[in-house]
Design a protein around this ligand. Sequence first.
Ligand code: NDP
Length: 290
Amino acid sequence: MKAINGKQIASDIVDELTAKTASIQGPKPCIAFIRVGEDPASVSYVRGKNRTAEKIGITPLLFAFEDSISQETLDAKIDELNADASVNGILIQSPLPSHLDEQSAFNRIDPNKDVDGFHVINAGRVVQEDSAGFVSCTPAGIIEICQREGISLEGKHVVVIGRSLIVGKTFALLAMQNGPQANATVTVCHSRTRNLKEITRQADVLVAAIGRPEMVTGDMIKDGAVVIDVGINRVEDASKKKGYKLVGDVNFAEAEPIASRITPVPGGVGPMTVAMLMKNTVKAYELQNS
Ligand code: NDP
């Protein structure tokens, strides 16, 4: 099938992790979520992660703070969770309100509990190709999709649009690693890139992580390319119960006839991010108990 069923792949990973946690004697793996404010998307993301953790047999803990929380209070909670041996993974739901220093909060998490992979040490481990660390969940999820769908990156020209640490930059680093799951030739594009279309049309694998609804149009895609759409954008749609619908960064209707494989939105990369978070949490548990 042309469309990649990320939901199914994520569900397979959830089943594998459920079997693994079922075999654990004694306390199960535990993940602590820190959420600040009531941003609807953040509330919904944390709820989804919480639900998946429960399904797998990972104990979720939720710490929800008011928007006005101080950096000191946030830091104190991170320190407390770092010191708590029963907590294996800590996730701070991004974005934090602008008065808080998000990267400093990520860097305060014990790197061995940093299941989101945003700590400077874990980002550095990706650069050093050290698999002991935790890889940011969305880029790791794209690599997992490629592996499970038999999409080889070896020798391919991978073009990534977007250079955030959370997605674009980290995926670019993973795709260029020296290893059987990678070995790609990588080009990274961003808002200052000139002649974007000329570059994207050279891509064997095109990864869009931009945050602009349906920006990648059919004429930007080479015939037979693999298209990975990371974008999750809410656009108004009065016909929907919630008043909006989710679309990716790729115009799916235009891209689908041209691409050899494509991830839809929703149901493509999104579910993989949560599955990889759970995989990292079980890995953290195993590392802390070995
Ligand atoms: P950021 O805003 O951090 O980064 C966006 C990147 O896109 C930047 O590097 C920016 O360039 C680049 N960009 C913006 N406009 C253009 C343009 N016109 N042409 C070329 N490049 C452009 O976003 P994230 O990386 O955090 O997220 C990207 C998308 O992925 C969002 O839709 C987000 O919701 C989604 N997402 C999905 C996840 C999932 O689970 N599927 C997880 C995380 C994110 P510059 O650096 O120059 O500003």
